[in-house]
Ligand binder design. Structure first.
Ligand SMILES: *[C@@H]1O[C@H](CO)[C@@H](O)[C@H](O)[C@H]1NC(C)=O
Ligand SMILES: *[C@@H]1O[C@H](CO)[C@@H](O)[C@H](O)[C@H]1NC(C)=O
Ligand SMILES: *[C@@H]1O[C@H](CO)[C@@H](O)[C@H](O)[C@H]1NC(C)=O
Length: 503
């Protein structure tokens, strides 16, 4: 009896010693409830950046990387001291395009990450804060259209006809956005990324808006085309993929598939528009909150064309003042029916204003939402929300605010701030990516790190864009934040499965 309890005591002492490096010491958790489950934000635990003028192996400035991120399969691991390492694959959008679109080939970068989570309540200075997330660029993988033709980031002014056999031939492409008849390259503005267990990647874009699958060498192998209601159609009902002029119906220019994520247990790929389609109120920020989430069955994509198996309406948050939509730059699967959503304004370092009012990783649930896939709403003549007023027959997702990136106390712990002064320690404006990974704390098995990278729009005073030097007048670093969250609805082992690691 005595022996046993001594043994138990020793065991628990060992447990305390082992779990100490993991245990959050600050007490500023924020909880929200959704579907009867309590989700907890335990605060910011890491910050790092890649300098604004860093050049990747092609010689171009490395930038825009927050557009999409995913851990490379099988690389993530938690160390005994509570640190974590892995290789993050990041996808920039279409290059430095402040003065017009450029002939920037789609590519992704592999970056080694070491996270040394900081749980203290004292404020670190900016120099020490950077040591919590160390980033080492490894390599660039360029992406190619059929026939190993390079892709481009130029505006999509022309349409390549569908390949013969589309859609019955599973791997045939639909009508594709190309730069022009004279320059017929496939044009991609990538915004979402999912790493598959076979080494291939799903990449979502804003022109189509399409979802492409590239093999591990960057070769296009498959294209998913959404229903007519999402496609950019002109007044004659013809496809026009330009991002410069809004279509008559379908996705709004530059508001394509920003969100892409996978349910790894059920092999369902989810894509979400950044804000409403034109017919659903997308032509005005004050009416564009009702966006659409689409679900595709990708359990056997090379044998069966991924089919649309679900579609729901998600009500994005709106500003208090003008009722303008906080458009959504990324989603991440949490558990069946539940997702994280990165919705925000465009203010902060590199934005219009230094003071950001909303930058959140929120939660939404489609548990009680109406599935509209295959209904009349997939025809552009039947809006789900004419002029932004939701059709009465539709129950939208339940959306709750969760993790704020602009919490002053949390930012101060890492030497960062919101609002003036406009310097290197100001939080970036455009956060656009989310990735979850286990904390590995035996005392908190439902705790996950949430990694997020900012898209700096390639803003640097010392840049190279497609071989040409440029000066954007400001240096905006490629910032990374890491939060620690408790996500009780996560199916045990599913995050590990998505990362290609063992639980
Ligand atoms: C869904 O409906 C059930 C039953 O009415 C309710 O208990 C639950 O809270 C609802 N969930 C959401 C996310 O609205
Ligand atoms: C944990 O161990 C790794 C590997 O030895 C090391 O790189 C890292 O700095 C350590 N973390 C801390 C917080 O000491
Ligand atoms: C699409 O619209 C743009 C802008 O109006 C125009 O220049 C282009 O020719 C159109 N493309 C097609 C394929 O109609």
């Amino acid at each position: 009896m005595v022996l046993l309890s001594t043994y138990t005591l020793i065991l628990s002492l060992i447990r305390v010693a082992v779990s100490r490096p993991f245990t959050p010491r600050q007490d500023s958790s924020v909880s929200v409830e959704l579907d009867g489950v309590t989700y907890v934000n335990k605060g910011l635990v890491g910050f790092g950046f890649i300098p604004a003028d860093f050049r990747e192996s092609t010689g171009d400035t490395l930038g825009g990387i927050g557009s999409a991120i995913a851990f490379k399969q099988g690389t993530y691991q938690v160390l005994a001291n509570g640190s974590a390492t892995g290789t993050i694959v990041v996808h920039p959008d279409r290059g430095f395009n402040i003065d017009g679109t450029v002939d920037y080939q789609a590519r992704q970068f592999e970056i080694d990450v070491v996270l040394n989570p900081y749980y203290g309540s004292d404020d670190l200075d900016f120099e020490d804060a950077q040591k919590t997330v160390q980033l080492t660029y490894q390599r660039t993988v360029l992406q190619f259209d059929r026939g190993h033709t390079r892709t481009t980031g130029l505006d999509a002014l022309a349409v390549r006809p569908a390949q013969s056999g589309f859609p019955s031939v599973v791997l045939a492409d639909p009508e594709m956005p190309i730069a022009s008849e004279q320059q017929p390259q496939l044009t991609i503005d990538a915004e979402g990324l999912v790493a598959n267990s076979d080494g291939s990647y799903w990449v979502s874009d804003e022109y189509g808006p399409y979802i492409y699958r590239f093999d591990s060498s960057g070769q296009l192998i498959q294209t998913i085309q959404p229903p007519d209601a999402i496609l950019p159609l002109d007044s004659d009902g013809n496809l026009n993929f330009t991002s410069e002029v809004d279509p008559t119906t379908g996705r709004t220019g530059n508001q394509g598939f920003e969100g892409l994520t996978l349910d790894p247990e059920n092999n369902v790929l989810y894509a979400m528009l950044q804000s409403a389609t034109i017919q659903d109120g997308g032509d005005d920020k004050s009416t564009s909150r009702y966006t659409r989430l689409l679900a595709y069955d990708v359990s056997n994509p090379t044998v069966t064309r991924p089919s649309l198996i679900g579609e729901w309406v998600v009500p994005l948050p709106i500003s208090n003042s003008k009722g303008n939509t906080r458009a959504c730059s990324e989603i991440h699967f949490v558990s069946p029916g539940v997702f994280l959503a990165l919705s925000r304004d465009g203010d902060g370092r590199g934005g219009d204003d230094t003071e950001s009012k909303y930058k959140n990783a929120d939660l939404f649930s489609i548990a009680n939402a109406t599935d509209i896939h295959g209904s009349k709403f997939d025809d552009p003549s039947n809006p789900i929300a004419k002029k932004g007023k939701l059709d009465k027959s539709i129950t939208p997702a339940e959306y709750v605010e969760f993790v704020s990136f602009i919490d002053d106390d949390q930012l101060a712990r890492f030497g960062l701030h919101n609002d003036d002064p406009d310097d290197q320690t100001l939080l970036d404006a455009k956060w656009e990516s989310l990735a979850l990974a286990p904390v590995g704390d035996p005392d908190f098995p439902n705790d996950y790190f949430l990694f997020t990278f900012a898209d700096n729009d390639f803003l640097t005073t010392n840049g190279i864009s497609v071989g040409q030097p440029y000066d954007a007048g400001i240096d905006v670093d490629n910032q990374v934040l890491v939060f620690r969250l408790t996500l009780p609805s996560v199916v045990p082992g599913s995050v590990e499965k998505a990362l290609g690691i063992s639980a």
